[in-house]
Design a binder for this molecule. Structure first.
Ligand code: ATP
Ligand code: 3PG
Length: 407
């Protein structure tokens, strides 16, 4: 299906420059382990075991943010998952980095410093301009091949993602390969039965855009989270407004027209929550039917159990289910009923299933579900959204161009 080359095509004994996406939550300066490490570790271990000399590039945070830190801790976490040593050099492409790269032996792995610490990385430029930057022109001649495994950053036109494939024969890593195939399935594959999309989370603008773009590809949308409340508002219920939050009003203004047109044109495809959950005066979970809500006086933090029961048969009857966004604030166990109930219903079927979004996929681990019960659990956020809508990903395009050039 994909028209880029993969590690199966990589010649032996290469000096490989590999782009990973290890961008992670950072709490009080401590980098938090997550799925991105365990997934990329497989690509890294394979390259090392095959005897290549491996230099890794990755980014963390953005300049000016608390999460903008060195990759020193990332090297240790990655090493643990890969079961191999991962050396670290605190330099991106200066003399220190070049010295460490030249010192690599077969099977060695080295992580270079945060790519966003060089000024050449971040400007959104055309690939040709990036390929001409000092960063790319200095590092590329040290390598025989470039491997991009950073599917979750593939929507960015940054030097380490789009510059190197113009200078080196380029290949997709294992994460890139699997993510690409699973996430484009909704746009590319024909399913015999119904395709269902579960839509929730806080980024309503993103998911409403997906709903609009997937007209014709999805038979049924099951709604929750912020988008779910905005749709209820459009359907005439007194919800979907901010009460001590900043999640609703702005996104309502930005999306009201689209929401109304989706409801007007495709009402039968959109299933709205029939009940919602909130925190009562005793700090317990309480539920209310949407028909009984007179005024929104406090936040709704989950879909209700009646809604979960409505959604389960729809999931059971589906051929494919795609998830984007959690149906409630699942991080608080009291409000995990919707997200966990729907994920468990998906896990119980043998439909083709993809769970996307960094936050949402965390619920699988948090509540003891097994990743193996889903066809694919994506580690991508923005790139997943773009894949669902069929928008091309610049870094993937460059891998395809490299394959065409070398053919
Ligand atoms: N009703 C709600 N009110 C407030 N927050 C909610 C509600 N429902 C879900 N959430 C929150 O949505 C978050 C997940 O949504 P988000 O839009 O970030 O999606 P994601 O696709 O998982 O992540 P990302 O795109 O960041 O990788 C969860 O952390 C959850 O707490
Ligand atoms: O975490 C992500 O979604 C990717 O690494 C992209 O990061 P960015 O949004 O800071 O470019």
């Amino acid at each position: 299906m994909s028209s880029f080359r993969t590690l199966d095509d990589l010649p032996a004994e290469q000096r490989v420059l590999v782009r990973l996406d290890l961008n992670s939550p950072v709490e009080d300066g401590v980098v938090q382990d997550n799925r991105r490490f365990s997934r990329h570790a497989e690509t890294v271990a394979e390259l090392a075991e095959d005897g290549h000399r491996v230099a890794l590039m990755a980014h963390q945070g953005r300049p000016g943010r608390d999460t903008f830190v060195s990759l020193e801790q990332h090297a240790d976490i990655l090493a643990e998952h890969a079961g191999a040593d991962v050396d670290f050099v605190g330099d991106t492409f200066g003399d220190e980095a070049l010295g460490a790269v030249r010192g690599l032996d077969a099977g060695d792995v080295l992580l270079l410093e945060n790519t966003r610490m060089t000024d050449d990385e971040l400007p959104e430029k055309e690939p040709e301009e990036h390929a001409d930057s000092d960063f790319v022109r200095t590092l590329a001649p040290e390598f025989d091949a470039y491997v991009n495994d950073a599917y979750s950053a593939a929507h960015r036109k940054h030097a380490s993602l789009v510059g190197f494939p113009l200078r080196l024969p380029s290949y997709a890593g294992r994460v890139m390969e699997t993510e690409y195939e699973a996430n484009t399935a909704i746009a590319e594959r024909e399913f015999d039965g119904d395709v269902t999309m579960v839509v929730g989370g806080t980024k309503a603008t993103d998911v409403i855009g997906v709903m609009e773009a997937l007209d014709g590809k999805v038979d049924r949308f099951l709604l929750g989270g912020v988008a779910g409340e905005l749709f209820l508002r459009a359907a005439g219920y007194p919800v979907g407004e901010d009460v001590d939050t900043e999640l609703f009003d702005e996104q309502w203004d930005a999306n009201e027209e689209t929401i109304r047109s989706v409801l007007d044109e495709r009402r039968e495809q959109v299933t709205l929550a029939s009940d919602l959950a909130y925190e009562d005066a005793e700090d317990e979970r309480a539920e209310v039917d949407v028909d009984d809500i007179v005024e929104k006086t406090q936040a709704f933090l989950d879909i209700g159990s009646g809604t979960v029961a409505d959604y389960e048969p729809a999931i059971r009857d589906s051929e494919a289910v795609f998830v984007k966004g959690a149906l409630g604030v699942f991080e608080d166990e009291r409000f995990s009923v919707g997200t966990v109930g729907v994920l468990e219903a998906i896990a119980d079927t043998d439909c083709f299933s993809v769970v996307g979004g960094g936050d949402t996929s965390r619920a699988i681990t948090m509540y003891g579900m097994s990743e193996d019960d889903f066809s694919h659990v994506s580690i991508a956020g923005g790139a997943y959204i773009r894949a669902l809508t069929g928008e091309p990903l610049p870094a993937v395009e460059l891998l395809i161009r490299s394959a065409e050039r070398e053919a």
